[in-house]
Design a protein around this ligand. Sequence first.
Ligand SMILES: Cc1cc2nc3c(=O)[nH]c(=O)nc-3n(C[C@H](O)[C@H](O)[C@H](O)COP(=O)(O)OP(=O)(O)OC[C@H]3O[C@@H](n4cnc5c(N)ncnc54)[C@H](O)[C@@H]3O)c2cc1C
Length: 418
Amino acid sequence: MKSRIAVIGAGIAGIHCTSELIKLGYHVDLYEKSDRIGGRMKTELIEGFQIDHGFHVLQTGYNVAQKVIDYDKLNVKAFEPGALVIRSSSKKSRIWRLSDPFRRPLSSLKDAFGFFASPFDMLRVLLMRRRLTKMPVDEIFLNGDLDTEQWLRNQGFSQKFIDRFFYPLFSGIFLESELRTNERLFKFIFRTMSKGDMVLPKKGIQAIPDLLAQEIPKGNIELNSDVEIISPNTIKVNDEEKQYHGVIIAFDDRTNLSKKHVWTLYFSADKSPLSSKHIMLNSEIRNSDDLISYISVPSDIQSNYSPVGKSLICVTVLGDKCDNLGINSKEEVLSKVELELRKWYGDEVQSWSSIAIQHIINALPESDSEFFTQIDSNNEDGFFRCGDFMTHGSVEGALISARKTVENVGQKIPLLSQ
Ligand SMILES: Cc1cc2nc3c(=O)[nH]c(=O)nc-3n(C[C@H](O)[C@H](O)[C@H](O)COP(=O)(O)OP(=O)(O)OC[C@H]3O[C@@H](n4cnc5c(N)ncnc54)[C@H](O)[C@@H]3O)c2cc1C
């Protein structure tokens, strides 16, 4: 008889783990407490707009995702490399275009020379890029206990450059406003962005878990099943106890869950406010009371994101920035964001309409310097665990963790039971 494994949680990690174990010959049941698969990778259809769960992209520079996900089947399309950077002012806002600070730092950053990039900063980006793109990912994750802010300072970057470029971009990626995230994750993301593009699937971010789940027979997935985990061999589903040779917990079951949270606001407009297919960073976010970290227009990349003749604008606001300003309701966030957008774009913003305001809690696992010094506790207590909380908060992190767990299961549970 085949050995039986239960996977609890149908996020991308649980889905990948399930399909790989089935390929190896195990019998696997995948349980999900909600009524859909995909976990945090979710897309809803609202008034004809595809609304992702937060601003969410896939990177073509991810090594494991490249092997696991068929990007062509998803019909992905890319953002322009680099970013627009805005400096807002009540008189006249100014916008810089950094065509590609990751792949062509010198030519890109010279556009912003004076405002935030010095020749030394430009040179340092170039050297950092050269070093990190040559470094294997495993090596990047091996060492380094500084936080991102300290690491960047140690590299010699000017505070102005950190505040106006690295800060708006990376605080928005890490979803925390201190740049306390460990240097290893910064280096990994910087390397990934230097090697590939940020892309969106035609049918929204949920198309990714949906595609991977096609490899799992329908009968092996049970939705609406909030599992109670009893022991490494026993779970309880809808009051019924079930026995397995192994249980994989594919959600963060720690008690000290990450406090990272983020607000994402979606607006509909008759035309896109951006002149190119970049995201736009707020250069003043660190040293002001502004809420907006950056905006993007997914419908500029994939027209599917909005009905014909409309644009979908996505605004990202860090949760801890709101906490620091004592802002905690949808109404307060919306009204402050609208004021800021009006400073950027003037009266045009009055014609935009708010489509969705999401407040996403436990958005990403904490990846501060302490996190990376922990020992991998997979299977220490008899359970297997997988998910981004075991590696780092990204699609790539979730997939890496799923593969490690499959390896672990293969070593500890024979394919056939006696
Ligand atoms: C706003 C936001 C933006 C992001 N942007 C990016 C990005 O641009 N690029 C990138 O690479 N990554 C991004 N990420 C991170 C990425 O989404 C996650 O790393 C990844 O989806 C994690 O997958 P997972 O399977 O580990 O966990 P999850 O997706 O959290 O899946 C866990 C699943 O377990 C289920 N579950 C929990 N408890 C039980 C139970 N008792 N019984 C049954 N089921 C249970 C949950 O319902 C859930 O479906 C972003 C995340 C957020 C929130």
